[in-house]
Design a protein around this ligand. Sequence first.
Ligand SMILES: [Zn+2]
Length: 56
Amino acid sequence: MSDAADLANDILERAMANRAPSPPLAPGVAGECDDCGRASPRLIGGRCAPCRDRRR
Ligand SMILES: [Zn+2]
Protein backbone atom coordinates (compact mmCIF):
# COMPACT_ATOMS: atom_id res chain seq x y z
CA MET A 1 0.00 0.00 0.00
CA SER A 2 2.84 2.34 0.70
CA ASP A 3 4.38 1.24 -2.57
CA ALA A 4 2.22 3.58 -4.60
CA ALA A 5 3.07 6.44 -2.30
CA ASP A 6 6.75 5.63 -2.50
CA LEU A 7 6.59 5.57 -6.26
CA ALA A 8 4.78 8.88 -6.38
CA ASN A 9 7.38 10.32 -4.06
CA ASP A 10 10.11 9.05 -6.31
CA ILE A 11 8.62 10.66 -9.37
CA LEU A 12 8.09 13.90 -7.52
CA GLU A 13 11.67 13.97 -6.31
CA ARG A 14 12.95 13.34 -9.80
CA ALA A 15 10.82 16.13 -11.21
CA MET A 16 12.19 18.50 -8.61
CA ALA A 17 15.75 17.35 -9.19
CA ASN A 18 15.36 18.20 -12.86
CA ARG A 19 14.64 21.77 -11.97
CA ALA A 20 17.65 22.17 -9.70
CA PRO A 21 20.89 23.20 -11.39
CA SER A 22 22.89 20.55 -9.57
CA PRO A 23 20.79 17.85 -7.91
CA PRO A 24 23.57 16.03 -6.04
CA LEU A 25 24.54 19.14 -4.11
CA ALA A 26 22.32 20.53 -1.44
CA PRO A 27 22.39 24.30 -1.13
CA GLY A 28 24.88 25.66 1.34
CA VAL A 29 27.14 22.64 1.78
CA ALA A 30 30.73 22.73 2.91
CA GLY A 31 33.36 21.56 0.48
CA GLU A 32 35.62 22.66 -2.34
CA CYS A 33 34.47 25.13 -4.94
CA ASP A 34 34.01 23.65 -8.40
CA ASP A 35 35.35 26.84 -9.90
CA CYS A 36 38.38 27.94 -7.91
CA GLY A 37 38.92 24.77 -5.89
CA ARG A 38 39.03 26.60 -2.59
CA ALA A 39 37.38 25.18 0.48
CA SER A 40 34.25 27.01 1.48
CA PRO A 41 31.85 26.45 4.36
CA ARG A 42 28.91 27.26 2.15
CA LEU A 43 29.00 26.16 -1.44
CA ILE A 44 25.88 26.70 -3.46
CA GLY A 45 25.62 24.71 -6.64
CA GLY A 46 29.19 23.64 -5.98
CA ARG A 47 30.56 27.15 -6.08
CA CYS A 48 31.78 29.52 -3.39
CA ALA A 49 30.32 32.96 -2.87
CA PRO A 50 33.03 34.94 -4.74
CA CYS A 51 32.69 32.72 -7.81
CA ARG A 52 28.91 32.96 -7.73
CA ASP A 53 29.15 36.73 -7.52
CA ARG A 54 31.56 36.97 -10.39
CA ARG A 55 29.63 34.72 -12.73
CA ARG A 56 26.15 35.96 -12.12
ZN1 LIG B 1 35.19 29.59 -5.97
